[in-house]
Ligand binder design. Structure first.
Ligand SMILES: C[S@@+](CC[C@H](N)C(=O)[O-])C[C@H]1O[C@@H](n2cnc3c(N)ncnc32)[C@H](O)[C@@H]1O
Length: 215
């Protein structure tokens, strides 16, 4: 079993490689989250990733890689599962109102425990299908949730007029572009260099077609 010290070293190197500067206690809190997830995962099967070092790479660092693109006061993480990327983003850049959305009851129970035990201020979890969520958000994140076409069809109403949609995708995001509804436009596709996952990840940034807000 990898020690917490080794995981801390891996995480700190990854954060430095991503060029991020996080609050003083963020690394400790990110590792607390990873430990809580690993503990619950043993019973509730919340993620297929079980190895702690892989959790640091595939969950923590992959989530943190989109931090430079996150904007605004309010954020919704759709199909968040056990809080990815929403919880690492909440720890790394506190101060936003964040809504974590998932339809799966056991995942939402985990999210509520994580919010409580990690004292994540401004973060809420709701058990709901995305289609039924109300409200509007400056920034929407989604990883491994659905195709671009489906996620925009189900959750497009949640994006403010000037808001940005950050869709975390794998090797070939361009394959999904033809499915993007006409009321949304592509603002950019960014290759993400996640330490340990080089070349595999892309961030697709979308906004409302009528908006001139850039990213
Ligand atoms: C593959 S998991 C990804 C979880 C997390 N975002 C991650 O990257 O690890 C997809 C999640 O989306 C949730 N989900 C699927 N369809 C949904 C819907 N229509 N509304 C809300 N959640 C949904 C599932 O319960 C599941 O937790």
């Amino acid at each position: 079993m990898t020690s917490r010290h080794d995981l801390q070293t891996q995480l700190e190197h990854g954060i430095a490689a991503l060029g991020l500067q996080l609050p003083a206690n963020a690394v400790e809190r990110l590792l607390d989250y990873q430990e809580l997830l690993a503990r619950w995962n043993a019973t509730y099967n919340l993620t297929a990733v079980r190895d702690p070092a892989e959790m640091v790479t595939r969950h923590l660092l992959d989530s943190l890689a989109i931090l430079p693109y996150v904007r605004g006061e309010t954020l919704a993480d759709l199909g968040t599962g056990p809080g990815l990327p929403g919880i690492p983003l909440a720890i790394a850049a506190p101060g936003r109102q964040i809504l974590l959305v998932d339809s799966n009851g056991k995942k939402v129970r985990f999210l509520r425990e994580a919010i409580r035990s990690l004292k994540l201020e401004g973060v809420r979890a709701v058990q709901s299908r995305v289609e039924d969520v109300e409200g509007q958000f400056d920034c929407i994140t989604a990883r491994a949730f659905a195709s671009l076409a489906d996620m925009l069809a189900w959750g497009g109403h949640l994006l403010t007029k000037e808001g940005i949609w950050l869709a975390m995708k794998g090797k070939r995001p361009d394959d999904e572009m033809p499915g993007v509804p006409a009321e949304f436009e592509l603002r950019g596709t960014h290759a993400l260099s996640v330490p340990g996952l080089e070349g595999e990840r892309h961030l697709v940034v979308l906004g409302r077609a009528s908006s001139q807000a850039g990213c």
